[in-house]
Design a protein around this ligand. Sequence first.
Ligand SMILES: [Mg+2]
Length: 268
Amino acid sequence: MNLRDKKLWIFDVDNTLIHDVEHPTPFADALKLWNALTEKNYELAILTNVGRLSSRQVNQAISKAGFMIQTERVFTAGSATAAYIYNRNPNARCFVISEGGAQEDFVARGLNVTNNPPIDYVAVGADRGMTYQELNFATKMVKEGASLLCISGSKDYPGVYLGLDDIFIGELSIVYAIEHATGSKSVVVGKPLPEIFTETVKVLGHQASDAVIIGDNPQSDIAGGNAAGMTTILVQRDPNDIVSFESGDLDTTPIITVQLLDELISKI
Ligand SMILES: [Mg+2]
């Protein structure tokens, strides 16, 4: 395998480029690789499982940390969920739980985001300000036939909210409550769902065989990248900082493993 033949390099964000979007300290080895790829004119993109921030907001966080890219090349779990719905029904009426980020990505995709019935899709992202009424309405709409989507699939995640630096329950935990109340099953739209890797590569005008995905997480970045036919590179960060995702029976073995990302510079 020759990495010089790869045209598109897609990066995870949390625990790969920066610590996480609410603690946006860059990893020095990631900045070195990013700058080396930029100098050599490789195409770069972002695919993050963050759903509470929009593509624009994620881009603000990483650009402050030194990773410069156009917002059109930043794909979030929210923008992936919007594409998933749009590809099936561009006129869908969508009720979205999120901290505003996913709503912004849905509107940017041209979807109808509404708080009133009828609802075709209930899409649930992490939301630390969610109300009982929103959860109850979401449940009612799923009972009435709306499809339930989970924007990314973390049970909990680290963050900072209203001054509190803590671990917060994630979107999957909220979705479990709706599943329990309705008996319906959700579809998780986020890494490792292979469709969003394939879609990202296609939107950027490439094929999976031309693309590399780099991330810290075997269950999300590597499992999905392998299933989509991409070259998968695992960077080994602190295991305590790896968020848990469901990868089912997907293959979580990376093609390449590195301790630090700047080890790759001599191969590009
Ligand atoms: Mg990560």
